[in-house]
Write a protein that binds this ligand. Structure first.
Ligand code: PRP
Ligand code: URA
Length: 212
């Protein structure tokens, strides 16, 4: 494996769902549902180190000291458009979480990310940030998103939750920031001449939104 900053979420249920997701004959409706479900499994892993604080409660039997999540709730940051597909899965785990949108598309010729929109919670720098995007291909979009968030004052570990990664993208993101942790359900073979992941699952945004 790469490094301890990469977690491969390869639970059998995730692998099963991912296989259906990759199939070119899977419908738009099912694709969208599966993206949400896999995001939930990966989000569970990404939130494993959330800080806890003690809280005194009373069960029907006795008083006890229990634990609750401490501090401000996280911000989930989808990279538009395709990242939107993962937001509901993460929010299901953390319903009080905030959402910061980051609009970015890949130029078809250069494959470089082009930023076109951003709207963050005012206190994003005080919250744990989980960036979501189904595809980590060249890593340009994710690296640009992380750079943007550092510019907004985000400190500490930024979690990046993706479904399918290319090794090139993982390397690029890890090299771009010393404190990023990648959660991915698969690490594929590489990129083709159009910088699409092989075997991948095609164009995630088009498959989520039915735009092709
Ligand atoms: C896709 C994907 C990532 C990016 C990955 O978005 O959702 O954001 O490409 O590629 P990279 O790692 O090489 O940067 P796309 O630009 O197709 O936009 P969309 O979400 O609007 O479809
Ligand atoms: N964007 C996608 O949607 N799919 C890829 O394989 C690469 C970038």
């Amino acid at each position: 494996m790469y490094d301890d900053r990469v977690t491969l979420v390869d639970h059998p249920l995730v692998q099963h769902k991912l296989s259906i997701l990759r199939d070119k004959d899977t419908s738009c409706k099912q694709f969208r549902e599966l993206v949400r479900e896999i995001a939930l499994f990966e989000g569970y892993e990404a939130m494993r180190d959330l800080p806890l604080e003690p809280i005194d409660i009373e069960t029907p039997i006795a008083p006890m000291t229990a634990y609750q999540i401490a501090g401000k709730k996280l911000v989930v940051v989808p990279i538009l458009r395709a990242g939107l597909g993962l937001v509901d899965g993460i929010l299901e785990l953390m319903p009080a979480g905030r959402v910061g949108h980051l609009g970015m598309y890949r130029d078809e010729e250069t494959h470089q990310p082009v930023a076109y929109f951003d709207k963050m919670p005012y206190d994003v720098s005080q919250r744990m940030v989980v960036v979501v995007d189904p595809m980590l291909a060249t890593g340009g979009s994710a690296a640009a998103a992380i750079e943007y968030l550092r510019g907004r004052g985000v400190e500490g570990t930024i979690k990046l939750v993706v479904l399918v990664s290319a090794p090139e993208g993982i390397e690029r993101v890890l090299a771009s920031d010393p404190d990023v942790h990648i959660y991915t359900a698969a690490i594929d073979d590489g990129l083709n001449e159009n910088a699409y992941i092989v075997p991948g699952l095609g164009d995630a945004g088009d498959r989520i939104f039915g735009t092709k």
